[in-house]
Design a protein around this ligand. Structure first.
Ligand SMILES: Cc1ncc(COP(=O)(O)O)c(C=O)c1O
Length: 395
């Protein structure tokens, strides 16, 4: 019965990781992976997480099911984290939180909900976007369309984006990255968010905001600017939040689907449907990651430690961005790569061509995906000189 099944090629990034592991060049650099790395190249467990886990081990009394919406205490801490303490959206009880298996799980819940409840609506994603968006929504049965995001000079194509949004049919869904756009690192300014919000309102589009990197760009509240603007000014907004990066709990699969509706009544209606979508997918979300996050955010002491650790990660990335451009100055390339210092988050569309990426890999043992997207957390003050010298050599 399986005779006809064809093997598909593995994930390009996984292939890259394998090739990197096999490379014997002692100066090799991995800029391909999608996780944060510290100066030693590790992705350690955060101290606040370790302490929360110790408390959980001691105090946990049951491992019974946590229900389709997940833990209520997790929802209680995620909503103000994402929407802001004292948000009018929370005061009017327009927002519902459903714990999900990572941000990916929340995206799939959103996709299934849209496919079931708003049949015929397409979802518009930026070109380029996180490759998994291209898989999740069609798998849920949605038609996928794209709006431009980057121009030929490797700059944010905001005019192109806005013009495309103005043409989207009423009622369609538009996916926006809240901050730290993956893969490009190009984020919208506050003025640009305002313009997007107005177009979304005017055209009666449904925004789905993917919030996978809260705290990795400018700060926890700063990164939520677009999310909060939309939620406070529009009747309906879908937000998918992830704790994978900002809590460093990638493998615990911890995310949240936040549905914002016009009023409490409509929110409860929507919420009841989301429970069914979750149940039909996986019944209940995994509990441990949500319990870690609740433990941290319910404790002033642990929350302070966590904020400090998150700030350290963010500052490291932003410093490396600036130092990278600085290190290219002697080669006369600072201007060409200035965008790297302006972008935010873990990823950067460097502007390196596929041919240059191939040469960096073959001649220098520097690994990144062929689109020229680099994981900036793979830069370090030890490898910057080598990296920039290699980039100068392939230019
Ligand atoms: C843009 C974007 N959205 C969502 C996710 C989902 O993250 P997770 O499912 O690991 O929480 C990621 C992870 O890389 C991402 O980059």
């Amino acid at each position: 019965m399986f005779e006809h099944i064809e093997r598909v090629p593995g994930d390009a990034i996984l292939g890259l990781i394998e090739a990197y592991k096999k490379d014997t060049n002692p100066q090799k650099v991995d800029l391909g992976v999608g996780v944060y790395k510290d100066a030693q190249g590790n992705t350690p467990v955060m101290r606040a997480v370790k302490e929360a886990e110790a408390l959980l081990l001691k105090n946990e009394t049951t491992k019974t099911y946590i229900g389709s919406h997940g833990s209520a205490t997790y929802g209680e801490v995620i909503l103000p984290l994402v929407l802001g303490e004292g948000s009018p959206v929370l005061q009017t009880k327009r927002a519902s939180a459903t714990q999900s298996p990572g941000g990916t799980g929340a995206l799939r819940l959103a996709g299934d909900f849209i496919a079931q409840q708003m049949p015929g609506k397409a979802i518009w994603v930026s070109d380029p976007t996180w490759p998994n968006h291209l898989g999740i929504f069609p798998a849920a049965g949605l038609t996928l369309r794209k709006y431009p995001y980057v121009d030929a000079e490797n700059r944010l194509d905001f005019d192109g984006m806005l013009a495309a949004l103005e043409q989207i049919p009423e009622g369609d869904v538009v996916l926006l990255h809240a901050c730290c756009h993956n893969p490009t690192g190009f984020d919208l300014s506050r003025e640009q968010w305002q313009q997007v919000m107005e177009v979304v309102r005017e055209r009666q589009l449904l925004p789905l905001i993917d919030f996978a990197y809260q705290g990795f760009g400018e700060g926890l509240d700063e990164d939520a600017y677009g999310v909060r603007l939309m939620a406070e000014n529009l009747d309906e907004v879908i937000i998918t939040s992830s704790c994978s990066k900002n809590f460093g709990i990638y493998c615990e699969r911890t995310g949240c689907l936040i549905m914002v509706a016009k009023n409490n009544e409509q929110m409860e209606n929507v919420r009841s449907q989301i429970a069914i979508v979750a149940r039909e997918n996986y019944s209940n979300p995994p509990a441990h990651g949500g319990a870690i996050v609740s433990e941290i955010l319910h404790s002033a002491e642990l929350a302070a430690i966590w904020r400090e650790e998150l700030t350290e990660m963010r500052d490291r990335i932003n410093t490396l961005r600036r130092d990278f451009v600085e290190a290219l100055k002697p080669y006369g390339l600072a201007q060409q790569y200035a965008c790297v210092a302006e972008q935010r988050g873990m990823f950067s569309y460097t502007g390196l061509t596929p041919e240059q990426v191939d040469r960096l890999r073959d001649e220098y043992g520097i690994y990144m995906v062929r689109s020229g997207r680099a994981n900036v957390a793979g830069f370090s003050h030890e490898n910057l000189a080598y990296l920039t010298k290699a980039i100068a050599a392939v230019n």
